[in-house]
Design a binder for this molecule. Structure first.
Ligand SMILES: Cc1cc2nc3c(=O)[nH]c(=O)nc-3n(C[C@H](O)[C@H](O)[C@H](O)COP(=O)(O)O)c2cc1C
Length: 347
């Protein structure tokens, strides 16, 4: 699959969203409107991922992406994890749920790559790091184009040097996790400042992500050199999105007035609507994925209770402009802007 051609034809990408938002129905609706949808492999078992891939194909969509979390970091010291476990005690009491185990794992990396090599999809994208040349080659040989998410020029150069077919530039405005290879060395740049630098530094197609919500945002990213745009938050309120109903409602609730970057929920910086859990745990340790596993039962209990103060309400800075409309209508409007923006045409 030639990535330049695919992105040039589609232009509007629905971001992979781990945690349930990227359903097969959403990917299918985006594809039907001429965009490119993606499933998120993050947090899923291999079996569940295989089921979702079959789900998309079963709906009649063959061109779509799958996003995989690259294992990063090292297990955190037990003393650090025990300290955070103590900090979470009050959360545990609040909804009667135990803090989860502080497990370190690689999110079934090898098995997910094997699955994607054996049952190739159009595009395999990565976040949290850059796979080895060998992994990128295996996927390409299987027929997939590969994309690595970058938050700095250096990360983009590393991705291309290892053989990625494209780069997704993630600005600091983005909802969900920062894609940063090493969060300790994070550099949180706004999209439109970072994008032209990456476009100038690499020869592969560049996808722009972070805070893109409207037709004007699409035009701005394309005229800054992006080949395509990728939106996450803009799709969260669509009926096909699998985001929790309380999450969808919070995006339109005037009592949420902004977003923040936090490690409180997962141990890796991520952007969501600023809520009680975030503000009460400002010093959460850099311990991913252990903190994710620890807070998971607490977040699930908060969701069951409809307590948006205890949920991870991932959202980008543009959340106020997230529209409640069918994904196909959103893609159609944004693609119209992409076509008339005068952005560079693929060669
Ligand atoms: C709920 C949610 C979940 C996300 N999950 C993933 C993921 O699994 N993999 C990934 O590469 N990016 C993920 N992202 C980030 C998106 O790929 C993208 O960078 C971001 O949505 C762009 O910013 P925007 O939300 O302002 O459009 C997620 C974003 C959101 C809002």
């Amino acid at each position: 699959m030639d990535l330049h051609e695919l992105l040039g034809a589609r232009r509007v990408l629905q971001a992979p969203m781990a945690g349930g938002a990227s359903t097969p129905a959403l990917v299918h609706a985006v594809d039907g409107a001429g965009g490119l949808g993606s499933l998120a492999a993050g947090y899923l078992s291999v079996e569940a991922l295989a089921e979702r891939i079959s789900g998309v194909r079963g709906l009649g969509t063959d061109v779509f992406g799958v996003n995989v979390f690259v294992p990063s970091g090292a297990p955190a010291p037990v003393s650090v994890l025990d300290g955070y476990r103590r900090d979470l005690a009050a959360e545990s009491v609040r909804h009667g749920a135990e803090v989860g185990p502080s497990t370190y794992d690689d999110d079934a990396w090898d098995a997910k790559i094997d699955l994607l090599v054996g049952s190739p999809v159009s595009v395999v994208s990565f976040t949290f790091g850059c796979p080895s040349t060998k992994v990128l080659e295996r996927l390409r040989d299987a027929g997939s184009a590969t994309v690595v998410t970058a938050t700095t020029v250096e990360e983009a150069r590393t991705a291309v040097a290892r053989g990625a077919d494209g780069v997704c530039v993630q600005g600091v405005e983005a909802g969900g996790h920062r894609a940063t290879f090493d969060p300790a060395r994070g550099d949180d740049r706004p999209l439109l400042s970072l994008l032209p630098e990456v476009v100038g530094a690499v020869e592969v197609p560049v996808i722009a992500a972070g805070g893109i919500m409207t037709e004007e945002d699409v035009a701005a990213a394309l005229t800054s050199g992006a080949t395509a745009v990728q939106l996450g938050t803009a799709f969260l309120r669509c009926p096909e999105s699998g985001a929790q109903p309380a999450h969808k409602a919070a995006l339109a609730d005037p009592s949420f007035t902004g977003t923040s970057l936090t490690r409180a929920f997962t141990g890796r910086p991520a952007r969501g609507l600023t809520n009680r859990f975030m503000t009460e745990h400002p010093d959460a340790p850099a311990a991913y994925p252990e903190v994710h596993h620890m807070t998971k039962p607490l977040r699930a209990a908060a969701a069951r209770a409809g307590d948006t103060g205890g949920m991870a309400l991932w959202a980008g800075t543009g959340f106020r402009r997230a529209r409640e409309l069918p994904a196909a209508d959103l893609v159609a409007a944004l693609r119209e802007a992409a076509v008339s923006s005068g952005g560079p045409r693929p060669t």
